[in-house]
Design a protein around this ligand. Sequence first.
Ligand code: ZN
Length: 323
Amino acid sequence: MVLKAELHCHIEGAASPALVRKKARQNGISIDGLIDANGHYIWNDFTSFLNAYDRAAAVFITEQDYSDLSHDYFSSAAAQGMIYGEIFASPDHAELAGLSYTAYIEALADGIKRAGNETGIEGRIIVTCVRHFGPERAEPVARLLHTHPHPMVTGFGIGGDERMFHPADFARAFQTAADAGMGLTAHAGEFAGPESVRAVLDELDVKRIGHGVRSVEDADLLHRLREEDIVLEVCPGSNVSLGLCSGRDTHPFTALRTAGVRMTLNSDDPPFFQTSIGQEYEEGALAFRLAAVDLVAITHQAIEAAFVDEPTRQRLFQRLFDD
Ligand SMILES: [Zn+2]
């Protein structure tokens, strides 16, 4: 089995329907109409996807719930050959559940550590703000990285609707996070075009882009991504599910690869898109004609771009090399 690493997965979006059922029962929350008879989340467009996502996230309330959530994700990913993963954590979601930032992060870290003890998997947390909530919400989140540091929190990012606000509005939040030693990443070039990717590069000084696949529409931008060694966190299953392309066979992965852009493979919100890190590698190999050596190179790329301390990075390279 090819060893894998994942840099782009939203932890609330990784909640398996089985775990959501269990937590809904324990916490007395109705999930009628959320999961179908085959155990899949029910949604059919972007609005109903966001609604299903929020309803699934809402069953996680206590510290034990969040610890079980990250434990479940990292354990199942380890069984698929993943040796390293970074999860996006959203303090805004925890706040809705009534959990403090510290309790939320400690709980997620506890689940990662438990999975690590059982399987050897390594994990880190990227704290994310939500673009459509605006900079007034993002800046306090970035300041938490200074006031409440945690060894497993190593990155800062932004998700949400990239058509709302401008990256310049978030420059101060990103600078605050960078000053706290965080690695930086931003979602762009998913629903909006190359100008969105360019704006993020200009304003936020990121080294990684979440998705970024629409960069393929602009040769000058491709040149810039190559020159500046930017890594795209590509999520083909997500792009297909949300209708960016009709199938993996029409996904821009191969065109981006041919253009020399650095990329990793990721699952984004795996059960919502009926995917997993294992499936992304497996189906990516078929659709993009990647040999085992190419898949290992993708894992190598992910470890190289990981927001992790150097000793851990070298240990991960060694695991890959020994395999
Ligand atoms: Zn994402």
